[in-house]
Design a binder for this molecule. Sequence first.
Ligand SMILES: *Cc1c(COP(=O)(O)O)cnc(C)c1O
Length: 236
Amino acid sequence: MMEKLSAEEFDLNFKAVNDKLNAALLKVGKKREDVILLAATKTVDIDTINYAINKGIKYIGENKVQELLSKQDGIINVHHHFIGHLQTNKVKDVIDKVELIHSVDSLKLAKEISKQAAKKNMVMDILLEINVGAEESKWGFTPENVLNNINEISTLENVKICGLMAIPPMCENPEDNRKYFKIMYQLFTDIKQKNIDNCFMNILSMGMSDDFDIAIEEGANLVRVGTALFGKRYYI
Ligand SMILES: *Cc1c(COP(=O)(O)O)cnc(C)c1O
């Protein structure tokens, strides 16, 4: 059983995350509103999520469709994103439940999202997930691969490419990920400069609990933070 996070623990965690965030922003001369702090809420109970929202969390992200659907009705007003691997057969369940899908990791998935969005007369905002460490175990386009696919994805009528997302390799020292964040920022800038129709490089989603400050230093403007806010126990 998951032990519930106390209000005091969350308050302390949130303060520590905000302090670290503000220090990183100061370093790069950005303002608080320039970077979105998204709370990764997998396995976190609804009461805790609502508490966090009341304390100022404005964006939350789930990484499993089933969990998103089972929790969403109980959650107070907030921006919902989807951040996990999405199977094509679940696209229709999630498409009108979230504002942004971070984890579009194949052309096939982008096509299915566009198809299902068309049925609902909507345009779905997406990020393309980059497997920046080229790890076999991870989903996503390799940096080379995304350049081969982005033109075709941008022609899909019912998706709007809003940026890129990455989960760099696990590492002992968060500094080790700086090089991957640099690669991501370069790719983000390169794609932006291509000025492809229907391809907006506005959001660079990278950085998690251990390294979100480094990600911000390297150009992230959306960080996804779970453990640092809700504690380790939620990973059971
Ligand atoms: C869980 C999760 C996070 C947050 O990870 P922490 O290390 O707990 O901060 C970020 N992104 C994705 C896609 C996740 O699933």
